[in-house]
Design a protein around this ligand. Sequence first.
Ligand SMILES: Nc1ncnc2c1ncn2[C@@H]1O[C@H](COP(=O)(O)OP(=O)(O)OP(=O)(O)O)[C@@H](O)[C@H]1O
Ligand SMILES: [Mg+2]
Length: 235
Amino acid sequence: MENSSIIRIEKLVKRFPVGRSEFTALNNVNLTIDRGEFLGLVGPSGSGKTTLLNIIGSLDTPSEGVVTVLDNSIASLSHKQSSKLRNRHIGFIFQTYNLLPVYTVYENVEFALLLQKLSSNARKKAVTDALEWVGLTDKIKSKPAMLSGGECQRVAIARSMVKRPEIVLADEPTANLDSKNSHHILQTMKSLNKELNTTFIFATHDEKVMQYLNRKVSLEDGQIVKDELMKNSKN
Ligand SMILES: Nc1ncnc2c1ncn2[C@@H]1O[C@H](COP(=O)(O)OP(=O)(O)OP(=O)(O)O)[C@@H](O)[C@H]1O
Ligand SMILES: [Mg+2]
């Protein structure tokens, strides 16, 4: 598959209203991301990592500048178009998993597919594959309360990947995990990155995540201060 740019960010500014004034969370950010990257946004708390992920994921819009994701200009999408972009092409992994407690592991992953018109056989195959990727085939009938934190995070990864999205956005995905589970999950994501050429973008403070990145983009006070290619990243 061709490694062309799938995300282009030009002169992005994001301001939030705070009382009667405004706070500038992102200030003139320029960044191009190619298909198949395994990229981390790093930097101190409050530097703008989550804000940037949310705009790339079309959960929020730019105040100024242009953000293009898979040829869609984020600022000009209607509500319906941005839902469609997220549904079809973007997987999200949040720090807090966001699993539905009354549903089983299987149903939590299947949930991500319910808006798509798939036959029940195709849906079953997709869910089974995704749970196999993360090594949870033996837990499909369990509910989240019966799982460890690492297992919940693996369900969240399976849910984000079940649609085989082109882009996965992961905000602090290892924040609640121990070292062993973090490495296991990162290896899973890295192999999906290689097998399916899925682009992964992380927001993270975690040194363990950084070892796996192909590219590390450092933010400070809403600006990119460093953009490094990592030569010896883990697999
Ligand atoms: N909705 C909002 N309204 C006002 N200010 C906001 C809003 N969202 C974020 N901010 C501010 O923008 C700045 C960047 O926030 P952001 O959440 O992107 O930081 P972060 O780099 O993800 O930090 P952390 O590592 O703590 O998650 C912070 O100062 C935050 O307070
Ligand atoms: Mg954050």
